[in-house]
Design a protein around this ligand. Structure first.
Ligand SMILES: O=C(CO)[C@H](O)[C@H](O)COP(=O)(O)O
Ligand SMILES: [Fe+2]
Length: 224
């Protein structure tokens, strides 16, 4: 059976705080309480050419909201900071396969901290790079833009990458989330779900026009 024909899976929405108004972080988190997760983009200015925010902002978000904190670590050698992010309130930690020579050990370390372990890869990295750890993760994230900035355009080839990962996860009978991040909008969301995605990250498409509640409503309508 192809992914497109399979029974529909519940779809999680994970608004990215990168696109919110940081001066009103508490309000911006309350505005997405109807969502499933809050996506927290940590950028170090080395692995990616941009610096976003780090531990204190995650800790502030944790204090302000009961939402699941889905932390996307765009940092070199993320193994150095796993415990710090866990202590600051992360519920899930997703690391890039390109950022560490020890992806298997890093995934194990996240699990040992009692957190959900995610693995991800840049659009230019062959999918085979994550295959050895697929059975060990709780989430696989398909980056559908080059990481480092919000508000970029979805890379169409990402759809085929979602389909392939869907097939590999199904072959393993894995319950892992298949997440997509970058350029996700209410217009293209259905195509990703049909390809097999179970969790959609969206920054500008949620926090943009009309505010977050209106943004979430557009996604709910699109995914009905
Ligand atoms: O990881 C990211 C960028 O590296 C962000 O999560 C992503 O870009 C979300 O922003 P948008 O929905 O505006 O594309
Ligand atoms: Fe992200």
């Amino acid at each position: 059976m192809t992914a497109d024909a399979a029974a529909p899976r519940p779809v999680k929405l994970a608004p990215s705080l990168l696109a919110c108004d940081f001066s009103r972080l508490g309000d911006e988190l309350r505005a997405i309480e109807g969502a499933d997760w809050a996506h927290v983009d940590v950028m170090d200015g080395s692995f990616v050419p941009n610096i976003s925010f780090g531990l204190p902002i995650l800790a502030a978000a944790r204090r302000a909201s009961p939402l699941f904190m889905d932390v996307h670590l765009m940092v070199d050698r993320p193994e150095r900071y796993l415990r710090d992010f866990a202590d600051a309130g992360a519920d899930g930690l997703t690391v890039h396969v390109e950022a560490t020579p020890h992806i298997h050990r890093t995934v194990q370390q996240i699990r040992e901290l009692g957190k959900r372990a995610g693995v991800t890869l840049n659009p230019g990295t062959p999918l085979e790079a994550v295959r050895p750890v697929l059975a060990d993760v709780d989430l696989v994230l398909v980056m559908s833009v080059n990481p480092g900035f919000g508000g970029q355009k979805f890379i169409p080839a990402s759809l085929e990458r979602i389909r392939t990962l869907r097939r590999w996860l199904d072959e393993l009978d894995s319950p892992a989330e298949l997440q997509v991040d970058g350029g996700v909008t209410s217009q293209n969301a259905r195509a990703m779900v049909h390809a097999g995605a179970t969790c959609l990250v969206a920054g500008s498409a949620v926090y943009g026009e009309g505010g977050a509640q209106a943004g979430l409503e557009r996604f709910r309508e699109a995914l009905k």
